[in-house]
Design a binder for this molecule. Structure first.
Ligand SMILES: *[C@@H]1O[C@H](CO)[C@@H](O)[C@H](O)[C@H]1NC(C)=O
Ligand SMILES: *[C@@H]1O[C@H](CO)[C@@H](O)[C@H](O)[C@H]1NC(C)=O
Ligand SMILES: *[C@@H]1O[C@H](CO)[C@@H](O)[C@H](O)[C@H]1NC(C)=O
Ligand SMILES: *[C@@H]1O[C@H](CO)[C@@H](O)[C@H](O)[C@H]1NC(C)=O
Ligand SMILES: *[C@@H]1O[C@H](CO)[C@@H](O)[C@H](O)[C@H]1NC(C)=O
Ligand SMILES: *[C@@H]1O[C@H](CO)[C@@H](O)[C@H](O)[C@H]1NC(C)=O
Ligand SMILES: *[C@@H]1O[C@H](CO)[C@@H](O)[C@H](O)[C@H]1NC(C)=O
Length: 459
């Protein structure tokens, strides 16, 4: 017990040491500079929340896991091509117009902006490989004898993430002398296209009114107008001659993460962009990113959770081994065939985006304890009941839906972990370990089973 505070202070005192050692670990993810890097919203690299979980993530005593559905976000990536344009223009503006580069801004004078776009960085590949290793180790007793069914959303970085996960899983299996080596390795069984004419339950794009909604952008703009002006003023003082707008200050902050995850293969060196901002400002930035996800894709957007209905109904089908019943974002052609939608697999691993995962978490009611987020004041993780972008959908995020049979209970039990944090289920008779019976869990998912408000997508 007395060890906690000691470890914490040791961590704070030794950033220089950790900067030179690899701090990307299979189990805990990215543990360098936690006071900075865990405040990058969805641009934070995956980190384990096991130590923050009020319920132990270990398999409960007397229980055996019988089924796992994992759902992952892709690993760390380069900026999207549209962001690459605006980031590059920002650096050009600074380099052309600044008459001086004061203090920690000196590096910008000779900084060369050059990133690939959209795809995983080498570190992002490593994160996903490690995710496959971790999945194998965590569910070893099942992984030894079962080949996971793999489904991926269609963009290159998500497919590449699936492949890295498979490589990590299979390499671990090869080294496990108790595994069934006669089994072939997992392959990507299904790729769901990311187009507006394809029903993709991992990343829907067919709900017209949702696609046109600006609730998330508006919430972010409101909060940016509150916290950014003070930062903007300071940045301009350090870069005389440069005039920036609110969004450009956010871009400068984004570059801290993008530069860090691209720079080294283990993201062990913090980018100099990170030094331009204080801890308090990172907390504000982190909250700003949570607002974007919550009001864009989660409970703050009337049609956010609707995007997660299709997958939730697929999950029910798998948990109960009964056909999918859904009229929202699922593809009925694919979901009615055992080759593309088996109901008898033990392990399922699926891959998507932050904007695919967030609606699913909300459709499942995982964050139903979170009250509408304030658009004007930072709320702590306690105030948001455990919800934030960084805690739910960092790069290489992974949620595990576990089903287990336990001594003394007839009906199987279900629980959900998001980045190793047990998120106690809602809408059912939840026990002290965050679990409900399968029957209770499925009954509680009435929102998804009834098609929720998907009908409002087109009216
Ligand atoms: C330099 O500043 C001027 C005035 O704000 C602006 O019009 C110009 O676009 C800036 N240069 C670059 C490369 O952005
Ligand atoms: C930037 O590059 C120039 C020319 O190569 C060099 O003289 C100068 O020292 C560099 N400045 C910094 C801050 O690295
Ligand atoms: C991203 O990866 C895909 C698949 O490997 C490749 O076709 C594409 O050219 C890459 N894009 C960039 C910008 O490198
Ligand atoms: C459903 O999936 C099938 C098989 O991949 C595909 O041919 C079809 O275009 C998809 N339809 C929709 C609406 O997603
Ligand atoms: C795609 O989804 C729509 C509902 O949004 C549904 O009407 C249609 O039948 C689905 N198509 C397929 C192939 O699943
Ligand atoms: C699942 O059922 C299919 C037939 O529909 C069968 O070919 C396959 O071997 C079964 N898989 C498992 C893991 O039992
Ligand atoms: C979560 O809240 C929504 C909105 O009130 C509700 O429709 C849904 O049933 C709840 N889900 C669970 C699992 O409690």
């Amino acid at each position: 017990m007395a060890i906690g505070p000691f470890l914490f202070s040791a961590l704070v005192l030794l950033p220089v040491v950790s900067a030179h050692a690899s701090c990307n670990t299979v189990d805990d993810g990215y543990t360098c500079f936690p006071h900075v890097a865990r405040n990058w919203g969805q641009y934070a690299p995956y980190f384990s929340l096991a130590s923050q979980s009020q319920i132990s993530p270990a398999v409960p005593e007397g229980c055996q896991i019988t089924f796992v559905q994992s759902l992952s976000r892709h690993g760390a990536r380069y900026p999207t091509s549209s962001k690459n344009k605006v980031y590059k223009a920002l650096v050009q503006n600074i380099q052309e117009n600044a008459t001086a580069f004061n203090g920690e801004y000196t590096f910008l004078k000779n900084y060369t902006y050059s990133f690939s776009s959209d795809n995983l960085t080498a570190f992002g590949e490593l994160e996903m490989y490690d995710s496959g290793v971790k999945f194998y180790n965590r569910y070893e007793s099942l992984a030894r004898f079962n080949v996971p069914f793999i489904r991926s959303s269609g963009s290159a970085r998500v497919v590449a993430s699936s492949q890295q996960f498979i490589a990590g899983f299979q390499a671990t299996k090869k080294n496990d002398r108790h595994a069934n080596h006669a089994q072939v390795g997992p392959v990507i069984n299904v790729i769901l296209e990311e187009t507006s004419s394809f029903n993709n339950s991992l990343d829907p794009d067919t709900c017209t009114r949702f696609e046109n909604s600006e609730v998330g952008d508006d919430a972010q703009a409101t909060f940016a107008n509150i916290f950014v002006p003070a930062i903007l003023k300071r940045v301009q003082t350090h870069l005389p001659g440069v005039t920036l707008n609110i969004n450009e200050v956010i871009y400068l902050m984004d570059l801290c993460s993008f530069d860090t995850v691209a720079k080294t293969t283990d993201a062990s060196q913090l980018s100099p962009f990170c030094d331009l901002f204080s801890h308090k400002e990172w907390v504000q930035y982190n909250y700003y990113q949570s607002l974007g996800k919550y009001y864009g894709y989660g409970g703050g957007n009337p049609l956010g959770p609707a995007q997660g209905i299709g997958f939730t109904n697929e999950l029910i089908a798998r948990l109960t081994r009964t056909p999918v019943h859904d009229h929202t974002s699922t593809n009925t052609t694919l979901d009615s065939q055992p080759s593309t939608f088996p109901l008898n697999a033990t392990l399922y691993a699926e891959f998507s985006h932050d904007n695919g995962l967030t609606p699913i978490f909300f459709a499942m009611g995982l964050y139903n304890g979170t009250k509408l987020l304030s658009e004007t004041e930072v709320e702590s993780i306690e105030e948001t009941d455990g919800y934030s972008a960084a805690w739910s959908v960092p790069f290489s995020a992974r949620a595990y839906v576990e089903m287990m049979t336990c001594r003394g209970t007839k009906e199987p039990l279900v629980r959900v972990l998001v980045n190793d944090r047990v998120v106690p289920l809602r809408g059912c008779d939840v026990d002290h370990l965050g679990r409900c019976t399968r029957e209770g869990f499925v009954r509680g998912l009435g929102f998804a089973r009834d098609g929720g408000n998907w009908g409002s997508c087109f009216t």
